[in-house]
Design a protein around this ligand. Structure first.
Ligand SMILES: [Zn+2]
Length: 672
């Protein structure tokens, strides 16, 4: 918990004395739409017209606009870094960032090299024999791809100060199991494009038609079997079902077709006693599936996995094949993004905090941190007030909920301690792929080295330049990187109603994640431990079932419905964030001027600002992909479905029975 903050009285933001504050951008509105018919279209219609989708985007909203601005800023920082003398000194962060960026931009060299950088990786797979299987697997898992299953070190959900080994499921090329298992026109189209993609990659590494067709058959067979045995989106939301600590001895008995001792040794892990097997059913399946596969099938599958995971850092023909499949067919994009954006992704992720250090120095003044802390504390007080006023929760559970809230730790802007990248080597004499691979091995090893050490709670799980925020249940922390603390979300020159409606709701959203369907199962110390009275849990579940149904009812495309269970946590967080932020805003404005600006009352401006956070355009293909893979609801539902539970919203915009936006009081549901 942050110190030196007085929790007894509401704190006003420091920027109170700034003279002029601007209100909502009126050009974001569409005055041809009645707010009582479709509030989202009314509040965001103007924005949507001003920002039509460009060819490289499948979805573009306020968040993406912020990301786009950040990318332009980061590009300038990286290009300017080349004038820094450090960039010529081998081993400095500046040298590594500049060289990685330059290698990504060097299309002439990338295209000349073609598939050649893959050769040593292909040879390694091809020369492996069945008796080398475990060795091959640990080599792949050490920075290349997670074939068959994945391993990694992370907090023990029931003893969150401790790092343990986790064994999880393999991923799927298409991201979600429905694409493999549900037979419909959209999925048939996607599978047909997937076949073209897999075969094209194989052709690019020199395979003939017959060999490419064989690889495709083996890949789709193996991935479809995985899809049948993976946890569903809904099952994955149950942290208890994913908590299965087993001794290494037991793991070796349960899944004897993998030599676990050798596997971990080759990954550099020694003395492992136990691990969490997050998906028992899947691991059981993999164990029984392995002996049924031929060596050729195994090699074809891992070869494809290795090539597809490398396709982003190879020549244009690899990238074009990848774009055709995942950009055009799956997401509806018309054009790939310009090369500089792709090139920037690599230093921006692999040396993320080195780039982040430059970013915060230029774009995150220290005053912002102080203002943000004030907002967070005001939100925290508002949530405590809401907990006090809940009618469905017992006093006993309320006290525990408030303990948990008080224990939240808060991260703002950038980490106190920066990551040390000195062991990452970037050498322009080696291929781009080889350099990215070396960094990836370093990350795997850096993760494995955490085993047996206490969890480092100062570590950040997003880079400072990320336009996003998170709640982490095992450390009970909320984190707001500098990237999201930018206009229009966070604008010290804006009207308070606008700031509370945007960044205020984002803060409240992350706080509410600590109390959503998953977060509520963790206690104030970040341990998976039930602190609820059974009758309170039961009432919580009853209320959330209503929210699930409201979202299940939304038809996102003809015949396709939103998934209320999959998006439940985010929908609870949106509602909580919105309600808490309004309370915090009104508390902070007590005795202050709540007069109209541009003809809108303070509360109207608050709701309009919230809606504008989710303003955006999206392609039909992307709607389908998001509905299957993104736990967040679509922008329009985040506004319209969420607001239709909130009574002050109806009053503020004079929405009455008979209006499309109206929901009778008896059908509304409030969680936090
Ligand atoms: Zn969220």
């Amino acid at each position: 918990m942050e110190k030196n903050i007085n929790h007894d009285k509401n704190i006003r933001a420091d920027h109170d004395n700034i003279g002029i504050r601007h209100g909502i951008d009126l050009s974001n509105l569409d005055n041809d739409v009645n707010p009582s018919e479709n509030f989202y279209k009314y509040a965001c219609g103007g924005w949507m017209k001003k920002h039509p989708l460009t060819a490289e985007y499948s979805r573009f909203g306020t968040f993406d606009l912020l990301r786009e601005n950040a990318r332009e800023q980061l590009k300038d920082l990286i290009i300017n870094l080349e004038h820094n003398p450090d960039s010529k000194v081998k081993g400095t962060d500046a040298q590594k960032v500049c060289d990685l960026y330059r290698m990504g931009m060097d299309s002439e060299r990338l295209n000349r090299e073609g598939a050649a950088p893959l050769r040593p990786f292909i040879d390694k797979i091809m020369q492996s024999k069945p008796e080398d299987f475990t060795e091959l697997l640990s080599w792949l898992h050490n920075g290349i791809c997670n074939s068959f299953f994945a391993t990694g070190v992370g907090a023990d959900s029931k003893d969150s100060d401790r790092n343990i080994m986790h064994i999880g499921e393999a991923g799927l090329g298409l991201g979600d199991l429905d694409f493999y298992l549900e037979d419909n026109e959209t999925n048939r189209k996607i599978l047909s494009a997937y076949r073209t993609y897999v075969k094209r990659l194989m052709e690019l590494i020199g395979y003939d038609e017959r060999q490419s067709e064989r690889v495709w058959n083996n890949v789709i067979f193996i991935e479809t079997e995985f899809a049948k045995h993976k946890m569903t989106r809904e099952q994955r939301r149950n942290p208890l079902a994913r908590y299965n600590i087993r001794t290494l001895e037991q793991i070796s008995l349960d899944y004897p077709n993998i030599d676990w001792k050798i596997y971990f040794e080759r990954l550099g892990v020694t003395g492992l006693q136990e691990a969490n097997v997050s998906s028992l059913g899947f691991m059981e399946f993999v164990n029984s599936f392995l002996p049924t596969l031929t060596w050729e099938q195994i090699k074809d599958y891992v070869l494809y996995e290795m090539v597809t995971d490398s396709s982003g850092v190879l020549s244009d023909d690899f990238h074009d094949a990848n774009f055709e499949m995942f950009g055009r067919v799956m997401s509806g994009k018309e054009e790939p993004e310009p090369r500089w954006k792709r090139a920037m992704t690599i230093p921006n992720s692999m040396l993320g905090e080195a780039v982040g250090k430059l970013y915060v120095a230029k774009y995150f003044p220290d005053d912002n941190k102080a203002y943000m802390l004030t907002l967070v504390e005001n939100l925290r007080m508002a949530l405590a007030l809401h907990i006090d006023n809940l009618t469905w929760m017992s006093d006993q559970t309320k006290a525990k909920a408030k303990d948990k809230l008080a224990a939240f730790s808060v991260k703002i802007g950038y980490p106190d301690k920066w990551k040390d990248y000195s062991e990452i080597d970037v050498d322009p004499n080696q291929s781009y792929l080889e350099n990215v691979y070396k960094a990836s091995v370093w990350y795997t090893q850096d993760n494995m080295r955490k085993l047996g050490k206490p969890v480092d709670k100062t570590e950040w799980h997003m880079t400072p330049q990320t336009v996003n925020a998170y709640y982490n249940p095992t450390s009970n922390e909320i984190c707001f990187p500098a990237g999201i603390l930018q206009p229009p979300y966070f604008d010290p020159t804006a009207d308070d109603a606008q700031n509370y409606g945007a960044i205020g709701v984002v803060i409240g959203h992350e706080m509410t994640h600590g109390f959503d369907d998953q977060g509520r199962q963790f206690d104030k110390n970040g341990n998976l431990h039930n602190w609820w009275l059974p009758e309170d849990s039961e009432r919580f579940n009853k209320l959330t079932e209503i929210l699930v149904r409201q979202f299940d009812d939304v038809e996102v495309a003809p015949g396709v419905h939103a998934n209320g269970t999959f998006t439940l946590g985010e929908n609870i967080a949106d509602q909580g964030g919105l309600r808490i932020a309004l309370t915090a805003y009104l508390q902070s404005m007590k005795g202050k001027d709540l007069s109209e600006i541009d003809g809108f009352s303070a509360i109207q401006r608050f709701y309009l600002s919230y809606a504008n956070v989710w303003a955006g355009n999206i392609r039909p293909e992307e709607i389908i992909v998001r509905t299957k893979t993104d736990p967040h609801s679509l922008g329009e539902s985040r506004v319209n479905v969420t607001l239709r539970n909130i009574s002050p919203f109806f009053e503020t915009f004079d929405i009455k029975e008979g209006d499309k936006m109206y929901r009778p009081e008896s059908e509304r549901v409030i969680i936090w």
